[in-house]
Design a protein around this ligand. Sequence first.
Ligand code: C2G
Length: 130
Amino acid sequence: PRTVITFGTFDVLHVGHIRVLKRAAELGDRLVVGVSADELNIAKKGRAPVFTQDERLEIVSSLKMVDEVFVEESLEKKRDYIVEHGGDVLVMGDDWAGKFDWVSDVCEVVYLPRTPSVSTTGLIEHIATI
Ligand code: C2G
C-alpha cells in the first residue's frame, strides 16, 4: 500500500484544507497527517493558533480521508517523520513549492495548487469585523 504524508496547522479548518487533504488522499491508499505543534506556530508565525494542537488533532483525525495523525514539532524533522510513518509520497501545498525537495531521497515530493482566496488569516479578519 502507498502511504501519503502531509503536514499543516489546519487552524480554523476551511475548504482549502479539505481540498488539499482530499487530493492528497487520492494519491495513495493511506493518508497520514502531521499537525503542527502550538510551539512551532509560535516560533514560526509569532502567534498561537486559534485552536490548540489537541483540538486541531481531534478535528483532523475526524476527517474521513485521514487515517492517522501525529504532532509535527519541527520542520527540520520532516525526513524523520516520513521514514517513521512509512511515507511514500510527501504532499504539500504550492506555497511550500521547492521548500521540502531535500526529503526527495526518502520519498516522492508533490506540491499541489492552493485553493485561491481562502485563508485562516482572512477568516480571522473577516470574523473580527462582524
Ligand atoms: N492550503 C490550501 N489552500 C488554502 C490554504 C491552505 O491548499 N487556501 C493548504 C496548504 O498549502 C497546506 C495545508 O492546506 O498544504 C495546510 O495549510 P496550513 O494549515 O496553512 O499549514 P502550514 O502552516 O503552511 O504548515 O510542515 C509545514 C507546516 O506544518 C506548516
